[in-house]
Ligand binder design. Structure first.
Ligand code: UT7
Length: 330
């Protein structure tokens, strides 16, 4: 079959990038009333990466994209679509995707951002898959990039210890092989107030008061989200397996969104998947939102724990609330 006439969507490039600067739990002990012991016990996080001055979300996305382009062995001009899943864009507008397009020199691509919180990468993957299948594009760069450290209230110990900065990228191309075995995206706006940034949008524009009240930062009700996350991630994984006519035994590696090690453990127990089939790197990166699955997947790939032909189950949840997942064969 001619690749141009086929409807397969193939993953041809994977890349990620995390900034150099490490912020450990011990560093945080000096900033807020917390302890390394509490953070590790309740979240599994030991340290996270944070950007340096002058680095923006688009810079993280750029580095991850370069790595993915290298693996795909294609030039930026061959990309005809760029989707960036981010909740922490360079600007409200223009999109971070357009800034990335310019940095890459991907002159032939359309570019836009997609807002689905920590599920941003899964949503972007789903949109890219549909675009390729409906011939809206042939080679799509899908990025999850987050710079959360600039949107945290560093006096709020209930949120600032959880997050880190990073980015990851997939390059998808229309081909004979179909890498995406099943994909699922869901949302429930009723839960929007559980995880949001109160100010900076049209409902509460910036003012001296919004700045002094720290309203341009992440506000979350962690305990409530925790319960919904375990339930929705477990259900999403089961529905993905069923759609793909697979059982959990067909999965080589489960790579969940890295928000909390205890959430991952609870989902793993529900899915009855063994520990050696779950990839976790939250201890070194914290929650990097839409970048977390890609940072973990690329790391597992670089270590040789997964490779061409591996079947990966990915699930995520985040602001919206949104959740979803995908089963892919690399
Ligand atoms: O990816 C999407 C975004 N991520 C999330 O939405 C996170 C989901 N939720 C979680 O991961 C967990 O709920 C948290 C890690 C946020 C919190 O863990 P928890 O086991 O649900 O703790 P908690 O909120 O029930 O707090 C327990 C105690 C409280 O003290 P009291 O009331 O028992 O005296 C908190 O004030 O721990 C206290 N606490 C802390 N203590 C030290 C909360 N944060 C900290 C902290 N250091 N950083």
């Amino acid at each position: 079959m001619n690749a141009n006439n086929s409807l397969g969507v193939e993953i041809i490039g994977i890349g990620s990038y995390a900034p150099q600067k490490v912020l450990s739990n011990f560093d945080l002990e000096k900033i807020v009333d917390t302890s390394d012991e509490w953070i590790q016990k309740r979240t599994g996080i030991k340290e996270r990466r944070v950007v340096s001055e002058g680095q923006n979300t688009s810079d993280l996305a750029y580095m991850a994209s370069l790595n993915a382009l290298k693996m795909a062995n294609i030039s930026p001009e061959e990309i005809d679509g760029i989707i960036v899943g981010t909740a922490t864009p360079d600007y409200l507008f223009p999109s971070t995707a357009c800034i990335l397009q310019d940095k890459l020199g991907a002159a032939n691509a359309f570019a836009f951002d997609l807002s689905a919180g920590c599920t941003g990468f899964i949503y972007s993957l789903s949109v890219a898959e549909s675009f390729i299948k409906s011939s809206k594009c042939e080679t799509c760069l899908v990025v999850g990039s987050e710079l959360i450290s600039r949107f945290l209230n560093w006096r709020d110990r209930t949120s600032c210890v959880l997050f880190g900065d990073g980015a990851g990228a997939f390059i998808l191309k229309r081909g004979v092989k179909n890498s995406i075995k099943s994909i699922d995206i869901k949302s429930n706006g009723k839960y929007a107030p559980l995880l949001y940034m109160p100010a900076g949008g049209s409902s509460m524009p910036a003012s001296e008061k919004t700045v002094s009240d720290n309203l341009h930062t992440v506000h979350l009700k962690g305990k409530e989200i925790f319960k919904i996350a375990v339930h929705s991630l477990s259900n999403s994984a089961l529905s993905l397996l069923s759609k793909a006519s697979m059982s959990i035994n067909d999965i080589d590696m489960f790579i969940p969104h890295q928000a909390n090690k205890r959430i991952i453990d609870a989902v793993a127990e529900n899915l009855k998947i063994s520990e050696d089939k779950i990839y976790i790197n939250i201890q070194r990166y914290g929650n990097t939102s839409s970048a977390s699955i890609l940072l973990a997947l690329d790391e597992a790939y670089q270590k040789g724990l997964i490779g061409k032909g591996s079947t990966i189950l990915m699930t995520a949840f985040g602001a919206g609330l949104t959740w979803g997942g995908a089963i892919v064969e690399l």
